[in-house]
Design a protein around this ligand. Structure first.
Ligand SMILES: [Mn+2]
Length: 331
């Protein structure tokens, strides 16, 4: 078992992405290394989280499932002030540096998510939550493999698959007010359950998520693409809370329906701009994050990327660029 950094004086902060992967990564870590920490999190798209931590006093900080590149300035500031940082992530980290007080657990392989990195670190001690996260992070095959290794029944696999989907679903929105639960509140509820099947069977929060998901699910049916070509399609969703909640799940669902096409789901935000969730049908030849990186506030990973704020005036350019970039199916 790896040894945690020595206890330093001052506050402990647990900084995590509010999605299934972030929740399950921290859940595993704190089931093994319990700490009464200040939680720093937000909606899935809130990834500049380290800047919220003050550096007046050295702190002990765990960071899970947010890009180092998006946090590098605050990371340096906190390390310079004497904080120790245990960092687990699978997003872009081109600006990584070594520092005696930084431990960086990172792997950007497409079959890895942050909860799997924590599972490796903890030598599989709470592996079932890594399986929940894998399903939630759209890593279907990885979730199935982990579930199989754990000897779960088919019914149990279905249950944790749905749990991953529900936890991930809760993180999508423009702001926390779009969500059924603030991610820090959901973490505290979830963290009372070492066994996901207990959470599913007895936590009222699970029922709330399931009902909300089913309602939003019904709204997704019948959506039609705004633009569609051989290699991909683009959907545009209206300026409503349900649409902001389902955008990521809808994109994952489109991708699961046809892995060889590229998909974009554009969702109108309250200020009239759009958020974009992008899935590539050819993550190596045409990585999603490279396309998204062509827009201000764009980024992500090979398989899945996004643009946080696309001005309404750039919609047509986005569509034209999308079909030009994702043309791999013709080669
Ligand atoms: Mn993740």
């Amino acid at each position: 078992m790896p040894v945690p950094f020595a206890q330093v004086a001052g506050t402990t902060y647990d900084v995590f992405n509010g999605d299934a992967d972030g929740l399950c990564a921290l859940h595993q870590l704190r089931l093994t290394q319990p700490v009464d920490a200040v939680l720093v999190t937000g909606v899935k798209r809130d990834i500049a989280l380290l800047e919220r931590i003050p550096s007046e006093q050295p702190a002990r900080i765990a960071v899970l499932d947010v890009s180092l590149d998006a946090n590098v300035t605050a990371l340096r500031r906190l390390l310079d002030s004497g904080s120790t940082i245990e960092y687990f992530d699978h997003h872009a980290a081109q600006q990584v540096f070594s520092h005696p007080k930084l431990r960086f657990h990172w792997d950007e392989a497409p079959e890895v998510c942050t909860s799997i990195l924590v599972d490796r670190y903890l030598q599989g001690r709470h592996r079932i939550w890594a399986a929940v996260a894998a399903f939630g992070d759209n890593l279907e095959a990885v979730g199935q493999r982990l579930a199989h290794e754990l000897g779960l029944t088919e019914t149990q696999v279905e249950a944790i698959h749905q749990l991953g989907t529900l936890l991930n679903y809760n993180a999508y929105g423009e702001s926390v007010s779009d969500l059924h639960f603030a991610p820090d509140a959901l973490f505290r509820v979830l963290h009372a359950y070492a066994d996901p099947f207990d959470f599913i069977a007895t936590a009222p929060a699970h029922g709330v998520l399931l009902d909300g998901y089913r309602e939003d699910d019904a709204r997704m049916e019948g959506l039609l693409p705004q633009w569609s070509q051989a290699c991909g399609a683009i959907y545009v969703l209206p300026n409503q809370t349900w649409a902001r909640r389902v955008s990521g799940i809808f994109a994952n669902r489109l991708a699961a329906g046809d892995r060889h096409r590229a998909w974009a789901v554009l969702t109108e935000q309250s200020d009239g701009s759009y958020s974009a969730s992008v899935r590539s049908g050819a993550p190596d030849a045409a990585p999603a994050h490279r396309f998204c990186g062509g827009f201000a506030s764009g980024g992500g990973r090979k398989l899945a990327g996004g643009v946080n704020r696309l001005p309404a005036g750039e919609l047509e350019r986005f569509a034209a660029d999308f079909f030009q970039y994702f043309n791999f199916c013709k080669s």
